[in-house]
Design a protein around this ligand. Structure first.
Ligand SMILES: NC(=O)c1ccc[n+]([C@@H]2O[C@H](COP(=O)([O-])OP(=O)(O)OC[C@H]3O[C@@H](n4cnc5c(N)ncnc54)[C@H](OP(=O)(O)O)[C@@H]3O)[C@@H](O)[C@H]2O)c1
Length: 303
């Protein structure tokens, strides 16, 4: 079953509960013992929309953050109501300057076109040593750093962090301190692999890890729909079969280290049915993915 992206905490699905109990087990491991947010340090999140809420909930669930350390502000208070219910110790406000004044690490989780306004609003309240993190692919970190003189990093999370998986991309500005870099990387390392990259690689990286879940979901849908059109299976049956096949194939690659060539070779016997299907995919997919990456890069440049 796929976990809905916006599932409020009170409607947590089996998968989410499984994630929380898995994360609970991992809390006891050595990884979590090294995750020390300085006791009195506040971690602030400005913007509690789709991505802000996924990040806050996932980092709280993983144990990377303690509710007492977390502050959240959002333009409209209603958006934060389920958070209050499940994490009453998380401090909430609609005043961004309160978060800016109290936090040593601040995530700006608003849309790209809202970032500049928020930065200008909070600037007078920020501690000069505070570490500010952007999550927008289309906003230039270097530009914000130059314009406002901030210690700034960029994090591109994936919606898949909600189930404790997926790659988080991180890039640090020049003046960010070593300890701040480590803290950020360790926090996100608690909910999946972290890849530290340079800002110039964000566009192609985002295409794979942040846009990726949507592309994979669309692929699953079309894979299943083609089977539905043949009339033997219902849509739900086909989706479930294809989704499990994708998950199992990824597990073979990740857990057994098999390459895609090895998997294709072991399934596609010479002259068999898989070989015919693969010929069609190899003819069509390269140009489709070239076009997908091309349009995402163009859009990235325009935003
Ligand atoms: N979706 C992804 O997979 C993904 C992955 C990585 C990065 N991102 C990036 O994340 C960014 C945010 O996307 P999203 O989907 O989370 O957008 P969203 O759902 O629209 O969330 C934006 C939130 O910011 C709040 N907000 C706007 N202006 C504010 C202000 N001045 N002060 C305080 N709060 C304010 C909004 O409050 P209201 O409730 O009042 O509207 C809303 O809750 C995008 O730029 C996107 O590129 C997305």
């Amino acid at each position: 079953m796929v976990v809905p992206i916006h599932a409020p905490l009170e409607r947590r699905t089996t998968n989410e509960r499984r994630f929380e109990s898995e994360i609970g087990r991992r809390k006891d491991s050595h990884i979590f013992n090294s995750l020390i947010i300085p006791l009195r340090m506040k971690v602030g999140f400005i913007g509690y929309g789709n991505m802000g809420s996924i990040m806050v909930r996932s980092l709280l669930c993983s144990g990377a953050l303690d509710p007492e350390n977390v502050m959240v502000s959002n333009r409209s208070a209603t958006r934060m109501s389920s958070l209050k219910e499940h994490y009453p110790a998380v401090e909430q406000t609609t005043d961004n300057t309160v978060v800016a004044r109290k936090s040593g690490l601040i995530f700006i989780c608003v849309r790209s076109d809202q970032v500049d306004e928020v930065v200008r609003e909070i600037l007078p309240s920020l501690d000069p040593l505070a570490h500010v993190v952007l999550i927008n692919g289309g906003v230039s970190m270097a530009e914000i750093q130059q314009n406002y003189g901030l210690k700034i990093s960029k994090v591109i999370p994936s919606v898949t962090m909600e189930v404790g998986r997926g790659v988080t991309l991180i890039c640090h500005g020049q003046v960010v301190e070593k300890g701040q870099k480590e803290l950020l990387e360790n926090m996100f390392g608690s909910v999946g692999p972290v890849k530290v990259i340079v800002e110039d690689c964000f566009d192609v990286g985002t295409y794979m890890t942040s846009c990726g879940p949507a592309f994979v979901a669309a692929f699953i849908e079309e894979f299943a729909e083609a089977a539905v059109r043949q009339g033997s299976f219902s849509r739900d049956e086909a989706r479930a079969m294809v989704t499990e096949t994708v998950l199992a194939t990824a597990a073979l690659m990740i857990e057994r280290g098999k390459s895609s060539e090895e998997i294709c070779h072991s399934v596609a016997t010479r002259g068999g049915i898989t070989e015919e299907g693969l010929k069609v995919l190899h003819r069509g997919l390269p140009s489709i993915f070239d076009e997908v990456v091309r349009v995402t890069l163009v859009k990235h440049e325009q935003s």
